[in-house]
Design a protein around this ligand. Sequence first.
Ligand code: SF4
Length: 213
Amino acid sequence: MEENYFYKKWIKWNGLEFSPLNHISVTDTQSEWETLREEVSRCRACLYGTKRLHPVFGEGDSRASLVFVGEGPGREEDESGRPFVGRAGRLLRQVLEETGTDPSQIYIANIVKCRPFNNENPREEAVKACLPYLERQLNLLTPRIIVALGKVPGTILSGEKEIKITREHGRITRHGEFPLLLTFHPSFLIRPNGASFIPSFKEDIRKALDFIR
Ligand code: SF4
């Protein structure tokens, strides 16, 4: 498994692009997913692991071309073990439906897999400990585009500083080989001062959909 991870990052599974890894079978990929899920379920590599109810691994189609990355689980996610099931998640899912996003094309994950204390921004040591899991998921998924939900994932995945989402949402930058679209976190959009940005959020999602068509 570790061996697979440290092979090349940007393998394309559709067979259209030559890769020295194209001998890896679907079974290998499934086994890598299972191993990764198992590792996360046992992980206590940072403090958040000591208090979580459930790690939130991520969910969606393992061949998704569009991957959403949020910050970390909230209370409802911690309780259920599923990403984006709280109020903000319901808004995200509603917008995805309204924009005609095919659920079979998406995968949803977070920067950290266990709930940050008091919903704080994930601490640096937690991000460092947890990010390799997300990287491994991305390597398996090989999405056509990643959508960073909010400033925290936008900053971490782009490596840029001082991102201001209200000004820069809709901009496409990169996370390694993957295009990365910056947009709002739905938890901002459910606040009174965020509601007016919902149409912009929908536009951003449409932009991501255009990108994968
Ligand atoms: S947040 Fe990530 S690194 Fe920290 S305990 Fe949970 S799975 Fe492990």
